[in-house]
Design a protein around this ligand. Structure first.
Ligand SMILES: *Cc1c(COP(=O)(O)O)cnc(C)c1O
Length: 389
């Protein structure tokens, strides 16, 4: 065997995003014990920083030791018991994953299905929740498979109105658009490190309301997975009365998350959101000037995940292969209902910069030209530059 040297890559897909050198170097600091007093101080700092990042001062916030999907699994497995009713809004792949998990928890699952590319329909979800007593209403704030943003404030409000607990997937939204857990009065909100936080994949920050914690501690039967059982997990992360061994925290990964949080607060959360919005406006202007069009209606678009329709006669995979080979640039393919129909261009975290926008437009126009599609790279860059000025 030989040491693995990853090739140079510019990450503009649906995640992971580019990881900054400061986060990479934090990951390489010496490993210490997870019960070391210095590490316990780090855990406390991370908990407080996550409360600030989510705007969730009254929620319990911890990073789960696995990628974003673990947050989804923890939310549903902890809240749901066999026979509970769970309404899930499905407007893309991740809503579908939530419905699958809720079923595995033994819940009676009711899905509210949408065409891919649409925001979640608040009125249809409310009708489904109101039909019968509902324990949990789950939805995705930023649907990464389609690039659509949903109205989390209104969706959490209908859950509250009908006495259901809300579960909100903020894996792609956190750090890129406003996530306001206290303002939404949301119950369980989870995210991931590899999207707009620009740390490597492998951790899932999660926030639980007091209502959610009471529901979990009052369960009739034990949570069916051990690692993510919040009652056990908090004996480790809770800190009150001393920590007891539960699992061994992924120590170096937490150094990386900590550094990513330091970087976000240094820049300012609002400034980071504005940066994502500007990069998005520039990219869309360039895409449209190049003769391409966006899948999602302008008012529902996510800045951090841009779905671009593949024009007729263009080989979707060949374009991705071209930009990877010629520009070391990774963009994403469509999945599920959008397979072969769109490219997914991420502007997440450290990948949301003017440089990334200009590089992507240049590379994409070159790849399209190689396919015989006359994309005007000069016009695309000029249109983007106007928005970046
Ligand atoms: C990426 C993503 C996930 C899953 O996160 P992993 O880190 O891949 O496990 C869940 N939900 C949404 C909306 C995502 O974009």
């Amino acid at each position: 065997m030989q040491s693995f040297q990853p090739p140079r890559r510019i990450l503009m897909g649906p995640g992971p995003s580019d990881v900054s050198p400061r986060v990479l170097s934090a990951l390489a600091r010496p490993t210490i014990g997870h019960l070391d007093p210095a590490f316990q101080d780090l855990m406390e700092e991370i908990k407080a920083a996550l409360q600030r990042l989510f705007n969730a001062p009254d929620h319990a916030c911890v990073p789960l030791p696995a990628p974003g999907t673990a947050g989804m699994e923890a939310a549903l497995m902890n809240l749901l018991e066999p026979g509970d009713r769970c309404v899930v809004a499905v407007n893309g792949a991740f809503g579908g994953r939530m419905a699958d998990m809720a079923g595995r928890a033994g819940a009676t699952v009711v899905t509210v299905d949408h065409d891919w590319g649409l925001a979640v329909d608040v009125a249809r979800c409310e009708a489904a929740i109101a039909e019968a007593p509902t324990k949990v209403f789950a939805f995705v704030h930023a649907e990464t498979s389609t690039g659509a943003r949903s109205d989390a404030a209104s969706l959490c409000a209908i859950a509250r109105k009908h006495g259901a607990l809300s579960v909100v997937d903020c894996v792609t939204s956190l750090g890129g658009i406003v996530v306001d857990v206290a303002g939404w009065d949301a119950d369980v909100v989870y995210s991931g490190t590899q999207k707009c936080l620009s740390a490597p994949p492998g951790l899932s920050p999660i926030a639980l309301s007091k209502r959610a914690q009471a529901a979990i501690s009052g369960r009739k039967e034990k949570v069916r997975n051990w690692l993510l059982d919040f009652n056990l997990l908090m004996s480790y992360w809770g800190g009150e009365g001393g920590r007891t061994y539960h699992h061994t925290a992924p120590i170096n990964a937490l150094y990386g998350l900590h550094e990513a949080l330091v970087a976000i607060f240094e820049e300012g959360q609002q400034a980071a959101i504005v940066r994502h919005a500007q990069a998005h406006e520039a990219l869309v202007a360039g895409i449209e000037a190049a003769g391409l069009s966006m899948l999602v209606a302008a008012r529902d678009r996510l800045p951090q995940l841009n779905t671009v329709i593949v024009p007729d006669g263009v080989d979707e995979a060949a374009v991705r292969a071209h930009v990877l080979k010629a520009w070391d640039l990774e963009i994403g393919a469509g999945i599920g209902a959008l397979k072969g129909k769109v490219w997914r261009i991420g502007l997440m975290g450290a990948s949301a910069t003017p440089w990334h926008v200009r590089l992507c437009l240049t590379a994409l126009c070159e790849a399209l030209a190689a396919q015989g599609f006359a994309a005007d790279a000069k016009a695309a860059l000029a249109a983007a530059d106007k928005k970046l000025a």
